[in-house]
Design a protein around this ligand. Structure first.
Ligand code: GUN
Length: 283
């Protein structure tokens, strides 16, 4: 069996088209959606992510405000800028690219972002609302995965879902979204005993561990839906996911590639959250 491949680029293009239409309509009403993106330091991966986010905004008719700070900037400077952005009615979304340098208390920075402009969905209040299945800004990567399930007609009620990875950015919110959708969810991580026991039971397997080609075909249940959240750079410069695509695709029923799978959906959901926030401001 060879799995059907979920085309994240095609789905992204479709959703971004709808987002661009909404952005144009809002701009015509005098409210151009605007995302402020803060990057501290020179982490090369973060610099690429931020460049891609800013470029995606431009293409969708969303204004972006890019704010770069040196790695040794004092947290007070960034906090003061966040307060200004919170108070600025022309700014609808605020994103602080993670990770931050050592001198920062990451949780304090995320909570300094206005809940109503927290388009990354990392503020404790948005996380709490998600955990209670209330309306909230949803973290972009797991939200993008849920959009993929919806677009592919993947039924989540009652299925066994296994998430590998317990990060605040992906693993934990992914588990909450799957739980809210009615799946029976297991979260595995570096301390999990007998990982293969869990993964082989999974109707839906989400890999978010940050280890290249970690999930191999023998760990996958025949016919399962395999979602690869990993973006790893190999020594030869090529990108690969957390799933060994070649072996997994011979066992899975549905699978996402890397690149061209979850990655583009993450940015798409960021654009969507920014337009939603601008739409609320326009009312
Ligand atoms: N670092 C890795 N992923 C993300 C993300 O989705 N948002 C932010 N702000 N930082 C990240």
């Amino acid at each position: 069996m060879t799995a059907r491949i979920i085309d994240g680029n095609a789905l992204s293009a479709r959703v971004r088209g709808e987002i661009a239409e909404r952005a144009t309509a809002l701009t015509a009403r005098g409210v151009q959606p605007c995302l402020a993106v803060i990057l501290v330091g020179e982490n090369p991966a973060s610099a690429v992510y931020v460049r891609n986010k800013v470029s995606a905004c431009e293409k969708a008719g969303i204004r972006s405000l890019r704010l770069d700070y040196p790695a040794d900037v004092s947290p007070e400077v960034v906090m003061a800028r966040l307060a200004e952005l919170n108070a600025d009615p022309s700014v609808h979304g605020i994103l602080v690219q993670l990770p931050l340098p050592k001198q920062f208390d990451e949780a304090a920075v995320l909570e300094a972002i206005s809940v109503t402009k927290d388009v990354d969905g990392f503020h404790a209040e948005n996380v709490g609302r998600l955990s209670q299945n209330q309306e909230a800004f949803l973290p972009c990567t797991p939200h993008g995965v849920m959009k993929m399930f919806e677009a592919e007609g993947v039924d989540l009620a009652g299925v066994e879902a296994v998430v590998i990875g317990r990060s605040n950015i992906v693993g934990k919110p992914m588990a909450m979204l799957l739980t809210n959708a009615g799946a029976t969810v297991t979260v595995c991580h570096s301390k999990t005993r007998d990982l293969n026991f869990h993964t082989r039971r999974a109707d839906i397997l989400v890999a978010a561990i940050g280890k290249p080609r970690f999930v191999t075909g023998d760990m996958v249940k025949p016919g399962a839906t395999v979602i690869d959240v990993g973006i790893n750079r190999l020594p030869d410069g090529k990108l690969c996911g957390d799933v060994d695509f070649e072996s997994a695709k011979t066992v899975a029923g549905l699978i996402t590639p890397v690149p061209g799978g979850v990655g583009p959906m993450t940015i798409t959901m960021l654009l969507e959250n920014t337009v939603i926030s601008a739409d609320r401001a326009a009312r």
